[in-house]
Write a protein that binds this ligand. Structure first.
Ligand SMILES: Cc1ncc(COP(=O)(O)O)c(C=O)c1O
Length: 379
């Protein structure tokens, strides 16, 4: 009998998720901003030390709220790493911004802060720091350069919940930050996100934008006697049923992070010698960064080797996946002037990177099989 399929990712129940969903129905509150939403927000505010957290329907939507809060106008420029998910920039392009694609560092695959200034012009309004794989960007330099040019720093922390940079939680360093609770993330409710508001001057307007441009939150607090349309906005509030699932996952923070740390450390230790002998690079985590244990990737010596390893694993019942295609080379990126060779590190990285199975209940036997099959591959 052939062995079972080991997927790249799968959602799993770690604690009280199903009971809390039942409780959301029993409490008679399935729409947004019920007690589970409030509990998730309180828990994140407390554990991260963020003044205000608002759950959203996705990280994409948290970024869209950010673009509205920063009052991005047509012609403004926003600097992003080209090696990122489309939402990091699409949220700003929706407001009329021109994307400016920056290259990444070859070690952490984060925005190359040493060359950041070259991407700035007098029209630059924001820079988005993406903490790839939950390893912090060099925020000290990014913040210094941005402050010199009076440019807002936003963190796309989709991967990095509970990671730290020089002791500070990722998501607490920019004026605003976006989290993802999509199925592939450490903590998930299927689809979901959060806006972390570090600059408190944005709180009131963020509440309004998230509530379809109305002052509904103020109405519920008794601050106005009816609610009405007061600003731009959209429907960014997730159902309390999803918040119930997330709440159960956040309660298991230690269990989830311990499991993921074991998986990450096992890959690193057991693949080290094969990688050394095969010209394969494993992830780099600088000493001053505590990573979030979000993903484990291999950087293969050549694109053909990456594709061959992916096929080798697939034949043996193991799912592995590549990651971002550089945005400057996408159809939309080229419309904004992106050309091959603009961001060489991102271009070679994208063609050689392979992500390995990584989910909260990946057990030791399955992971041992993944490791065995990788080590049987001759580069
Ligand atoms: C860096 C980054 N930002 C944003 C997103 C979008 O997250 P969501 O699916 O929650 O909108 C992703 C998706 O994985 C991502 O990798």
């Amino acid at each position: 009998m052939s062995e079972h399929w080991i997927p790249f990712n799968r959602p799993c129940v770690v604690g009280n998720e199903l009971d809390y969903v039942a409780a959301a129905f029993a409490r008679g509150h399935a729409s947004g901003d019920g007690s589970f939403t409030k509990e998730c927000q309180r828990s994140l505010e407390q554990s991260l030390g963020v003044p205000k957290v608002l759950l959203t329907t996705s990280c994409t939507h948290a970024l869209e709220i950010t673009a509205l809060l920063l009052d991005i106008q047509p012609g403004d420029e926003v600097v992003v790493p080209t090696f990122t998910f489309v939402s990091t920039i699409n949220a700003f392009v929706l407001r009329g911004a021109r994307p400016v694609f920056a290259d990444i560092r070859p070690d952490t695959l984060n925005l190359d802060e040493a060359h950041l200034e070259q991407w700035f012009t007098p029209r630059t309004k924001a820079v988005v720091a993406v903490h790839y794989a939950g390893v912090g960007c060099e925020m000290d330099t990014i913040q210094q350069v941005a402050a010199r040019h009076q440019v807002a720093v936003v963190e796309d922390n989709a991967h990095g919940l509970f990671g730290r940079y020089k002791g500070h939680h990722l998501g607490t360093l920019g004026c605003l930050a976006a989290q993802s609770f999509h199925e592939t993330k450490n903590f998930s409710c299927g689809e979901g996100g959060a806006l972390l508001i570090n600059d408190t001057t944005y709180i009131d307007r963020a509440e309004t934008i998230r509530e379809k441009g109305t002052d509904r939150s103020r109405f519920f607090r008794g601050e106005v006697d009816k609610y009405t349309w007061v600003d731009l906005g959209s429907s960014y509030v997730p159902s309390d049923i999803l918040a119930a699932i997330l709440c159960a996952q956040l309660e298991k923070r230690d269990v989830i992070q311990r499991a993921r740390r074991r998986i990450w450390d096992t890959y690193e230790q057991q693949l080290a010698s094969w990688a050394r002998g095969s010209g394969v690079r494993l992830p780099t985590v600088p000493a001053h960064c505590e990573q979030s244990y979000h993903m484990f990737y291999l950087l293969m010596p050549a694109p053909a080797a990456r594709d061959a390893l992916m096929a080798h694993l697939k034949q043996r019942g193991i799912g592995s996946v590549f990651h971002y295609q550089p945005l400057h080379l996408s159809k939309m990126g080229q419309r904004f002037g992106g050309r091959p060779g603009d961001c060489p590190v991102s271009e070679v990285t994208s063609d050689r990177l392979l992500r390995l199975p990584f989910y909260n209940d990946l057990d030791e036997a399955d992971q041992a099989r993944v490791v065995r099959e990788i080590c049987s591959f001759r580069v």
